[in-house]
Each structure stands twice: as C-alpha cells, then as structure tokens.
Design a protein around this ligand. Structure first.
Ligand code: ZN
Length: 198
C-alpha cells in the first residue's frame, strides 16, 4: 500500500504532482493538506532529493513520496545504473521521470535522457508501476518509448506540447494532470480524454 489507508479514505483532493523539497516551509504545506483533506504525490528528482524529502515528510502521511530521475538531473547523474535500479525497486510508484528537450538546453545529454527514460519505462513495465512523466519539448520521444513498451500507466504532468502527441498518448491510455495549457491550446483536450482526479 502506497498511502496510509486512513488518509486515503479521508482525502477530498489528490494533488498528483508536488516536490516536497521545493517548499519554503514544508510545515505550512503539511498543515494545508491536513486542513483541506489533500493527499499529495511528492516526486523526487534524484537520489539527494529523495533522501531530503524522506526526512521532511517523516511525519507527514498526507504526502506519498516516490523516487525518480528527472530529465534536468540526468546531466548531473553519475551513470550508476545499479544504484538507479536499487532506488527504482524501493519506490512503489516512480516519479518524476521523462525527457526534456526544451528547458534542458544542453543537447549533449539528449541521448542519455532518452536512454534513462526508456530504462525506467522498462522497469515500470516489468513491475507494473505507475510513472509521473515530464514531456517538455520531447513529446514525440516520450510517446515513442511508451508505445514501444505498450505502457499504459503513465500520468503526464503539465502537458503543453503539440496536439498530435497529446492524442496519441491519450489513445495509448496515458492520463493527464489538468492544467491551463491543455485547456487553452487543445480545444478537444479536456473532453476527449481521461484526466486524473486532481
Ligand atoms: Zn515536477
């Protein structure tokens, strides 16, 4: 069980994408979650962020913490595939992961980003885990990998790419976290596909 069953039952809202270690005051966020019945999925971005968040959330069952290697952190990663696998194995869901060819401007890591994401999709595919996925500027590549693995447990975070890949991902079975970019840019987006309960 990923989430404390009592918290799950009492939750009024589920926030599918936060970063506990990015808050200025984590206690304020925890209080708000308690007050409003919010359950929050806290995505780590690398091993350090996973460990930091674990300490911050030690007494906060309103948050469920998962391990991921964020595309922005791939360039700083030590390429230790074994430790990556150990951390993936520890995490009941995986996130944040994905590919970013837009905000990440160093093109020399494109292939590594692609390979890391495919490695993680392959792990999730074998273990049946959900993924929290970042797609900025690499919607085609993310789709390619998901499709190759016939992967249907991807939750797409803040989709703001071309309509074509949005529909392909939706047809594959991806879920999308609602956001204003989808509402503004994709006229058929909100009605045509399934969204997570946010
Ligand atoms: Zn994020």
């Amino acid at each position: 069980m990923v989430v404390n069953p009592e918290i799950w039952q009492e939750a009024q809202w589920i926030d599918m994408h936060v970063h506990a270690d990015h808050y200025q005051d984590i206690n304020l966020a925890i209080d708000q979650c308690k007050k409003h019945g919010i359950l929050a999925w806290s995505c780590a971005m690398d091993v350090d962020s996973y460990e930091r968040s674990r300490t911050l959330l030690a007494d906060a069952p309103q948050f469920f913490l998962t391990f991921g290697l964020h595309p922005w952190e791939v360039k700083n990663w030590d390429r230790d595939w074994e430790t990556l696998t150990i951390n993936l194995n520890k995490s009941p869901l995986i996130g944040e992961v994905g590919i970013d060819y837009h905000w990440e401007q160093d093109r020399s890591f494109d292939t590594l980003q692609y390979d890391v994401f495919e490695f993680i999709v392959s792990h999730a595919s074998k273990t049946g885990k959900w993924l929290n996925v970042h797609t900025k500027g690499a919607e085609k590549e993310v789709f390619e990998i998901l499709k190759r693995h016939q992967f249907q447990k991807a939750i797409i975070h803040w989709y703001s790419g071309p309509e074509q890949w949005f529909h392909k991902m939706a047809d594959l079975g991806c879920l999308f976290i609602p956001n204003s970019a989808i509402e503004q840019n994709l006229p058929n987006g909100p009605t045509k596909t399934r969204f997570c309960r946010d």
